[in-house]
Design a protein around this ligand. Structure first.
Ligand SMILES: Cc1ncc(COP(=O)(O)O)c(C=O)c1O
Length: 390
């Protein structure tokens, strides 16, 4: 699988070629479709590469929102990665169970999520837990709840460096005001700055690097202002899959890198950013459910099984149907036109490589683990929102 699914990129306009994974006949026959498949050897290769790019596992704080699987988090922990990032309280809980020593909940939690988080913080006193925030209300609530629970919660101030999703801009006085507020409130301590930049996915790595460097200047000025006011800035939590290799080259010991997608990787990033050389470690197994219309195949991989946020005509790559063009993508069905339709009958197995793996994973309750072409295990996906075990 490592060889078969390696992204092959060529030319000025990158293309992604993924090949049909091999499965042993019994596994192939028994697969209930649609189902998510993962290849641990490819995940391990990706983890090795992530650590290699970071230069040291201690510089990493990978985001678990893509894999959402304790077994993947445990593999990262075994590779020496003790700091992790999460987007839900349930993910924080999963990371604590996986053996993480330090977890940041980076979704700017509010209201009942903050209340739920206290349960995890109390259940795992050995794990340092922090949140990100960009407003006074949630910071004050976090302080009240932490005081009531008798704990101290780290707070990172969330910066907007151009994505315009959350965060205060580094050059506004708000960033300092909020940072000072955290420092002043009981039950909280300042944990640094959160600098997520999902808009930096330029295909040309030089353009990407230049854009990241330009956006970094106001962050440096803010750090200087904070430190001049005796406010400690212990961590700068930066980036995602396309940008973490750039931050990895910054010589700042406080930088932590938070790629997420590249533990499993996907066709979307592979195509957009050809310099990112990771294995595609997950696919969705699907079967033909109809070939009734000549020249068409309908597969059971609707948008309840594969992410629908990319444009409707490019949500999956089907290596067995290289000419496939999607014409209908409904909840349970994907209908494609293809000149290969005559070769297939209802029940035949195919593989769909998602363009966007992160939401695809969250559509599945578990992933089927394939080793040496055989199903060897099932890994549960922490996609629920309510804590079950704490
Ligand atoms: C806050 C935050 N950090 C890190 C990441 C990881 O980015 P990527 O998926 O590019 O690896 C994401 C992705 O959505 C994110 O929202």
């Amino acid at each position: 699988m490592v060889e078969q699914c390696r992204l092959i990129v060529f030319g000025r306009f990158p293309a992604v070629i993924v090949q049909t994974p091999k499965l042993n006949a019994d596994t192939a026959r028994e697969l209930i479709t649609p189902s998510l498949l993962v290849w641990p050897e490819s995940i391990d290769a990706n983890i090795d590469r992530i650590v290699q790019i970071a230069g040291d596992p201690g510089r990493l704080r990978p985001h678990c929102k893509t894999h959402k699987m304790i077994e993947v988090a445990q593999r990262l922990v075994a590779a020496g990665v003790s700091q992790h990032k999460a987007s839900t309280v349930v993910e924080v809980d999963m990371l604590c169970r996986a053996g993480a020593k330090d977890v940041v909940l980076a979704g700017n939690p509010v209201g009942p999520s903050l209340t739920q988080l206290q349960q995890v913080v109390t259940a795992y006193p050995q794990v340092r837990i922090s949140i990100t925030a960009d407003a006074e209300g949630p910071i004050r609530q976090a302080s009240d709840e932490s005081l009531a629970a008798g704990i101290s919660l780290g707070v990172m101030i969330d910066l907007d460096v151009g994505l315009h999703r959350t965060g205060v801009t580094p050059d506004s006085p708000n960033a300092e005001t909020l940072y000072k507020l955290v420092q002043s409130l009981s039950g909280l301590h300042p944990a640094g700055l959160h600098i997520y930049d999902g808009h930096h996915h330029q295909s040309d790595p030089d353009e990407r690097t230049a854009a990241i460097q330009a956006a970094w200047q106001p962050v440096e000025s803010l750090i200087h202002r904070l430190e001049s006011a005796d406010l400690p800035v212990p961590e700068l939590l930066c980036g995602g899959t396309p940008s973490f290799p750039v931050y990895a080259k910054f010589e700042n010991p406080r930088i932590r890198l938070s790629p997420g997608t590249c533990t499993l990787h996907d066709v979307g990033y592979g195509r957009k950013c050809p310099d990112l050389v990771f294995d595609v470690a997950a696919a969705v197994a699907t079967r033909v459910v109809s070939n009734a219309v000549p020249g068409q195949l309908t597969l059971d991989v609707g948008h309840k099984a594969i992410a629908a946020d990319p444009p409707a005509d490019f949500r999956a790559v089907l290596p067995d149907l290289p000419d496939a063009e999607a014409i209908i993508h409904n909840e349970e069905h994907l209908t494609v036109t293809t000149e290969h339709a005559v070769k297939y009958a209802p029940g035949d197995l195919l593989f769909a490589f998602p363009v966007h793996i992160c939401p695809t994973v969250a559509l599945h309750e578990s992933a089927i683990v394939i080793k040496d072409e055989v199903e060897t295990d099932r890994w549960m996906i922490a996609r629920h929102r309510i804590l079950r075990d704490v």
